[in-house]
Design a protein. Structure first.
Length: 147
């Protein structure tokens, strides 16, 4: 779709990303480069939030050597093997922000040719215990990925 006044090369970018993004199960056994993680977190920082409160927190876990513990969050091997897990948290009334932030991060990961996946059906109690989710926040979604 052509959008008027959009610079050449940019106009199809969103459509391309949306079509390219797919849930990914396979993982490669390599770390996620710092600059790619920074790019993804920067995409999160740029999101619009209600009253610009940025009322969400992201807990980033480098999972190398912790696969066994990660399995307590979500019991699948492909989850435990992911090099990075990001837990997006918010007070329950700010849950909408989390939807936006996760979608943006997954698109940013897709742009970097990284696989990422939403995980909603994880063990909240295990997430609180293992990831240190603050008492007043709910762990709403995990993103697993990304290489
Ligand atoms: C809010 C949300 C929660 C999800 N939770 C899980 C989950 O707990 N486990 C899982 O394997 N996939 C989960 N998914 C991934 C979906 O199953 C997947 O995105 C959907 O089947 C469409 O496939 P696609 O992402 O390849 O287009 C979730 C997706 C969304 C948007």
């Amino acid at each position: 779709m052509h959008v008027a006044n959009t610079p050449a090369g940019v106009q199809d970018c969103v459509a391309w990303l949306v079509q390219k993004r797919r849930r990914v199960r396979s993982v490669e056994d390599r770390a996620l480069e710092d600059e790619k993680l920074t790019y993804i977190l920067e995409a999160a920082r740029m999101i619009p939030t209600g009253a610009n409160r940025q009322a969400f927190q992201l807990i980033v876990v480098q999972t190398k050597g912790r696969g066994g513990k990660m399995k307590r969050l979500y019991g699948q091997d492909w989850f435990a093997g992911a090099p990075i897990v990001i837990c997006a948290c918010a007070a329950p009334s700010y849950g909408l922000n989390v939807g936006i932030v996760v979608d943006r991060m997954i698109l940013a990961a897709t742009e970097q040719d990284l696989g990422a996946r939403w995980i909603g059906a994880f063990d909240w109690d295990a997430a609180r215990e293992l990831l240190g989710v603050p008492e007043e926040l709910a762990p709403i979604v995990l993103i697993r990925g990304m290489t």
